[in-house]
Design a protein around this ligand. Structure first.
Ligand code: NAG
Ligand code: NAG
Ligand code: NAG
Length: 273
């Protein structure tokens, strides 16, 4: 008897939880909206009383009315990203770019297992890159350039199975300390003991290149990985792994010798400078 009662109560509640206006994706997006300041009222059609958010501006859905795209570009929005965005579990493309977003990258975004593109470039996002982003198994493109990110690039970023493009350029203070890596964001060791470390780093790097160039190249080529990097004050360095064209350490040496000390501390790495 009691069991039947509870079952009927649950059945009665289902429309309240999932019915009009209570779609979990609408709820997540509404939390995001409330964390934003939207002076031009660009989000005015984000009507929470609808069955789904598929007609909302900046939102794209699949045929099952699941949100697969959230793309906000060049809007006078400020405010913060929210962990609730991770509840858009079918999301394949997340772009919040050239806005005035501050705050940090929610580590919950690492739960977006379908995500193929993440573009948070051109904001004022600070803090560390959460290591959980390394869980984004489908991610192919990661754009975090032109922000205020700091700290070590998590080594997990170097091990993402499908990542083929990453741009971390022009952040406040990003550095890396893992090998092998195609990232020439400033090595952390360089920042700590600039002059001494420079010599050590160069030696280690050249040794590393000599031993792992072929191995690393094969790995990069397999992934067609492109990392763009640089940071305020330094040169932008673009590394590309051209298909069918081998990278030689003498090319690296030539490029290195052309750079001044400042440039190397400022950008490092090799490729197209
Ligand atoms: C990422 O954002 C930048 C800056 O707004 C834009 O130029 C670029 O097209 C975006 N890339 C993708 C793949 O959405
Ligand atoms: C990811 O999702 C799981 C379960 O859905 C949750 O326990 C976990 O806290 C989430 N991760 C983050 C970083 O929020
Ligand atoms: C660096 O990023 C900021 C936005 O955070 C942007 O205003 C600035 O123009 C960028 N600088 C370069 C050299 O791209």
């Amino acid at each position: 008897m009691a069991a039947t009662f509870w079952m009927m109560l649950m059945l009665a509640l289902i429309p309240l939880v999932y019915g009009a206006g209570n779609n979990p994706e609408i709820q997540a997006l509404d939390v995001f909206r409330k964390s934003l300041v939207d002076p031009d009222n660009r989000l005015r059609n984000w009507d929470t009383s609808l069955d789904n958010p598929c007609t909302w501006r900046f939102i794209g859905c699949d045929t099952g009315n699941r949100v697969i795209e959230l793309g906000i570009w060049t809007e006078k929005l400020s405010g913060q990203l929210v962990p609730e965005l991770a509840q858009l579990s079918a999301l394949m493309s997340l772009t919040v770019s050239e806005t005035r977003i501050t705050g940090t990258i929610p580590s919950a975004l690492g739960n977006l297992t379908e995500l193929v593109q993440l573009n948070l470039s051109g904001n004022q996002i600070s803090g560390n890159i959460p290591p959980s982003l390394g869980n984004l198994k489908s991610l192919q493109e990661l754009r975090l350039q032109d922000n205020r990110l700091t700290g070590k690039v998590p080594s997990q970023i170097g091990n993402m199975p499908n990542l083929r493009y990453a741009n971390l350029a022009n952040n406040t203070d990003l550095c890396w300390d893992f090998f092998p890596t195609p990232i020439s964001v400033e090595p952390c060791v360089l920042r700590r003991h600039a002059a001494l470390a420079f010599a050590t780093f160069t030696t280690v790097w050249l040794l590393h290149l000599a031993f792992t160039n072929v191995l690393a190249y094969k790995r990069w080529k397999r992934k067609h990985l492109v990392f763009e990097h640089g940071f305020s004050g330094g040169k932008m360095v673009l590394f590309r792994a051209p298909v069918g064209q081998s990278l030689k350490s003498d090319v690296f040496l030539k490029e290195t010798l052309k750079l001044s000390n400042k440039d190397i501390i400022g950008s490092g790495g090799y490729g197209t400078v």
